[in-house]
Design a protein around this ligand. Structure first.
Ligand code: GAR
Length: 211
C-alpha cells in the first residue's frame, strides 16, 4: 500500500475527502502524514483528531531556508512517504523536495490551467478572477508539481459550466464538488497504472481508462 503525505493549509475538505475515499476502498493508499504551514488550520485539528501524524513546518518561521528544506525532507523520510498530494497547500514546494519525488507530487487547482493560475491564484482568489472574467466554463486541474506555481504537467482536467453562477462563492461550491469526485479517482489511477510524462502531457498506457 502506498503511503502518501497530504499537504494542506486551510479547511481541508479535500484531505477529508481523500481520507474517506481510503476508508471506502476507492483509494488504496495510507495517509501517513499531514504537513501544514499553518498551525491554526482546521485541517491540522481534523487530522489530529483522526490520529494521523501532523507536522507543522512553515518556511516563514525559518531564518535559514536550507534548514526548512532539510527538516521537510527528513520528516518525509521519517514517515516513509512515497507520494505527496497537495490539497489547498499555499506554499511553494522546495526544489530539493521536487527532485526527491520526481512525478510523485500532485496538486489540485480549482480552475482550468494554464488560465487562472500562478502565484497568488489560490482558493477564492481563483474563483473571483474567474467570475470577474465572465468565463462561462471553469473547472478542475490535477497536475504534477514542478518548480513554478501551477506549471507542472497536466494529468487530468474536468470542465465545470458556470453560466448561471451569480457569485464567486457559487462557482467555488460547484468546483469543489467536482474536486471531491475526481481527486481520489485520479490519485488511484496514478498509484496503480503506469504513465508517461512527455513535456506537459501525461499519458496512461492504453489498457487503463481515463480516470
Ligand atoms: C481547493 O479548492 C483547492 O483546489 C484549492 O484550495 C481549495 C482548498 O480547499 N487549491 C488551490 O487553490 C491551489 N492553488 P480544502 O482546504 O477544503 O481542500
Amino acid at each position: 500500500m502506498t503511503t502518501i503525505a497530504v499537504f494542506a493549509s486551510g479547511r481541508g475538505s479535500n484531505f477529508m475527502n481523500l481520507y474517506q475515499a481510503i476508508q471506502e476502498g476507492q483509494l488504496t493508499a495510507t495517509i501517513g502524514l499531514v504537513v501544514s504551514n499553518n498551525p491554526g488550520a482546521p485541517v491540522v485539528q481534523t487530522a489530529r483528531s483522526w490520529n494521523i501524524p501532523v507536522r507543522v513546518l512553515s518556511p516563514t518561521r525559518y531564518t535559514d531556508p536550507q534548514q526548512y528544506e532539510t527538516d521537510l525532507l527528513h520528516t518525509l523520510a521519517e514517515f516513509h512517504i512515497e507520494w505527496i498530494a497537495l490539497a489547498g497547500y499555499m506554499k511553494k514546494i522546495p526544489a530539493s523536495v521536487i527532485r526527491q519525488f520526481p512525478n510523485r507530487i500532485v496538486n489540485i487547482h480549482p480552475a482550468l490551467l494554464p488560465a487562472f493560475g500562478g502565484k497568488g491564484m489560490y482558493g477564492m482568489h481563483v474563483h473571483e478572477a474567474v467570475f470577474q472574467s465572465g468565463a462561462q466554463v471553469t473547472g478542475v486541474t490535477i497536475h504534477f508539481v514542478n518548480e513554478e506555481y501551477d506549471q507542472g504537467a497536466i494529468i487530468f482536467q474536468e470542465p465545470v459550466v458556470i453560466r448561471e453562477c451569480r457569485s464567486p462563492e457559487e462557482i467555488a461550491e460547484k468546483v469543489l464538488a467536482v474536486e471531491h469526485q475526481v481527486y481520489p479517482r485520479v490519485l488511484q489511477q496514478l498509484l496503480t497504472h503506469p504513465f508517461e510524462v512527455v513535456g506537459k502531457r501525461v499519458y496512461f498506457n492504453q489498457e487503463s481508462e481515463t480516470p
